[in-house]
Ligand binder design. Structure first.
Ligand code: FAD
Length: 411
């Protein structure tokens, strides 16, 4: 193996090149990124980057990331536009870059409301440029913020809006926000958390039309005919994997690039991060199928694994992980580990605190006799303990025992 090419110069891509260099790989490494920026961290973009008075720079500092001898050829500002797996080449602008091993780490793009992309006052939050524009909008005399979608990123922006003193409304199509991610009961608890902080949450509503005057958003009309006035509209309706450039490549695309358990999508081609869909063996007995995560920790971790496999396919091993993400709402933190099986609230037990008040609380999730997930609101010390049990395929009884020990320690 002489040339590793990594497409996508963000978290997973950066961790990919760092991992192989740390391991002593001395071949050529090329990192291709569509954005002009050096790799940067996305979590702050919907949190402190918007909220802090002094604007923190979310870019990874050059001296930390490209320090000394990483020796990476950086091709920034031009997206890869095609992949030929037979010839082992990637097209970048007018260049054809040959690879021996390839890591695809192109992440995802924010979904938009069609037709609103050029309307002033309408924002998504995926890139640094998005966050720069939203920060200016929230601080530019806006009084009302409306967020479409009560997912994690939309919820964080809503929380920042409240912190900045705006009137905030969240519009959510589902009857229970986040029900698919954390289950109905926990979705209700998280909705309560918003309402406790003065955010209006309207559920089961569909945005029929975005209203505007002189090229600027003024509000939205809902399916029931009511209108919500707004100065700033944030569209937080999820992300779609960045796979357009792989059309015709022969890779299997199905809401992400589909890979095997070693993260291999084709000979010499591995995937990592938000774009990757793979069978996570840890949950094959309870959830089956493949999963695609949009979590910082797994993107970072998969980046390293995919690159190691790309430079040494013979040593590739199945990649399994306990998903983990955090989300900062108001002055607290929501954390989730594992998976939330979709077979109902009876599979969830609140083991600390009170979910009816929107937190603090910890809840655990079961599938059959296994603990498979845990959610904590404002109880930061809890979920990692359950994460270890989930990773070790421990039983529900083991989880209840841990809950009892934790209760005793807190008392
Ligand atoms: P990305 O970070 O999306 O990077 C992919 C890169 O590839 C991009 O720079 C893109 O421009 C580039 N690219 C795309 N197409 C091409 C192409 N054809 N050629 C070259 N380059 C291309 N996770 C948490 O666990 N906790 C959080 O609190 C949290 N907060 C978040 C807040 C925000 C606003 C966002 C957007 C995400 C948040 N996440 C959070 C998720 C986390 O940031 C992502 O899981 C992580 O960034 C994924 O990394 P990635 O490298 O796979 O993809």
């Amino acid at each position: 193996m002489t040339h590793l090419v990594v497409v996508g110069a963000s978290l997973a891509g950066l961790r990919a090149v760092e991992a192989v260099r740390r391991d002593g790989f001395d071949g050529e490494v090329t990192l291709v990124g569509a954005e002009e920026h050096l790799p940067y961290d996305r979590p702050p973009l919907s949190k402190e980057y918007l909220a802090a008075e002094e604007c923190p720079d979310p870019r990874y500092r050059e001296e930390e990331t490209f320090a000394g001898d990483l020796d990476v050829e950086l091709l920034l500002g031009t997206p890869a536009s095609a992949l030929d797996t037979a010839a082992r080449t990637v097209t970048v602008g007018d260049r054809t870059v040959s690879y021996d091993g390839l890591v695809i780490a192109t992440g995802a793009h924010a979904r938009t409301l069609p037709g609103t992309e050029h309307l002033e006052g309408v924002h998504t939050v995926r890139t640094l440029d998005d966050a720069i524009a939203l920060r200016a909008a929230l601080r530019g005399g806006a009084r009302r913020l409306t967020v479409v979608g009560a997912g994690f990123i939309g919820s964080e922006v809503a929380a920042v809006g409240r912190k900045l003193g705006l009137e905030v409304t969240i519009l959510e199509a589902l009857e229970t926000p986040l029900a698919r991610a954390v289950g109905e009961r926990m979705g209700r608890a998280l909705t309560h958390l918003h309402r406790r902080h003065g955010t209006e949450v309207r559920t089961g509503v569909a945005v029929e039309e975005v209203l505007s005057a002189d090229g600027r958003v003024t509000g939205v009309r809902l399916g029931d005919g009511t209108e919500v006035d707004t100065d700033v509209l944030v569209v937080g309706i999820g992300a779609r994997p960045a796979t357009d450039w792989l059309e015709g490549s022969g890779l299997t695309i199905d809401d992400g690039v589909v890979a095997d358990e070693t993260l291999a999508a084709a000979d010499g081609v591995y995937v990592a991060g938000d774009v990757a869909r793979w069978p996570n063996a840890l949950f094959s007995d309870v959830a089956g199928g493949t999963m695609r995560l949009e979590h910082w920790t797994s993107a970072a971790d998969q980046g390293g694994r995919a690159a190691r496999h790309a430079v040494d396919p013979a040593a590739a091993k199945p990649y399994e992980t306990v998903p983990y993400f955090w989300s900062d709402w108001y002055d607290g933190r929501v954390q989730f580990v594992g998976i939330a099986p979709d077979d109902g609230d009876e599979q969830i037990e609140v083991v600390a605190g009170d979910d009816a008040q929107g937190g603090p609380f910890t809840a655990i999730y079961r599938a059959g006799d296994r603990i498979v997930g845990a959610l904590a609101v404002d109880m930061p010390a809890e979920v990692m303990k359950y994460r270890r049990l989930i990773g070790a395929r421990k039983t529900w009884g083991d989880a209840l025992e841990l809950a009892e020990q934790r209760r005793a320690q807190r008392a």
